[in-house]
Design a protein around this ligand. Structure first.
Ligand code: ZN
Length: 182
């Protein structure tokens, strides 16, 4: 089965920046499982995976425009340290979520100068060219429920197929309820 829209894809991946630094990797963690075509992953990588099947490996370079976008210097702005509230420790490099016009946004503290705090609301990987090494592990059809929710419902690892009657203690089975509130 090849990768196309509305299929659930499992990949192992390593992501490096243009300078070769490893930015993210599934090697030390779980493989990434996503629904193709549901905007679960960046469009530039998704497009390059179309037509691939389990066992295929690809290396690709995704320009910033197809990844997290170019940096926008208008998203760099100053606030007053007092805006953080009494007793809040503010440090360069600190990241937090702030409410922006398009919902919660990750903001990074760039500089501290006296009472002035320079913030950057660009995505941490904005402006970065991304170098991916990807191995396709599995491709399957998404269920109707997964497509409705727009995210993957992981099968229970104990082999019970995430059914309601799983009795394997501690298997992490959600008993058929994905818990996403839908
Ligand atoms: Zn769900």
């Amino acid at each position: 089965m090849v990768i196309e829209k509305d299929r659930v894809v499992t990949i192992d991946y390593e992501l490096k920046g243009a300078d070769g630094e490893v930015l993210d990797s599934s090697r030390e963690a779980e493989p990434l499982v996503y629904i193709h075509g549901a905007e679960n992953i960046i469009s530039g990588l998704e497009r390059r995976l179309i037509g691939k099947k389990a066992g295929d490996e690809i290396s690709c370079v995704v320009p910033a425009a197809e990844a997290y976008g170019e940096r926008d210097e208008k998203l760099v702005f100053d606030v007053s340290k007092s805006d953080f509230g009494e007793g809040t420790e503010v440090e360069v490099g600190m990241q937090f979520y702030a409410q922006g016009p398009s919902g919660a946004q990750l903001v990074t503290v760039l500089e501290l100068e006296g009472d002035k705090v320079k913030l950057d609301a660009n995505h941490p990987l904005a402006g970065e060219e991304l170098h991916f090494a990807v191995k396709v592990v599995d491709v399957r059809e998404a269920t109707a429920e997964e497509l409705e929710h727009g995210h993957v419902h992981q099968a229970c690892g104990c082999g019970c197929d995430d059914s309601e009657d799983c009795s394997d203690e501690g298997c992490g089975c959600s008993g058929g309820d994905c818990g996403c509130g839908h």
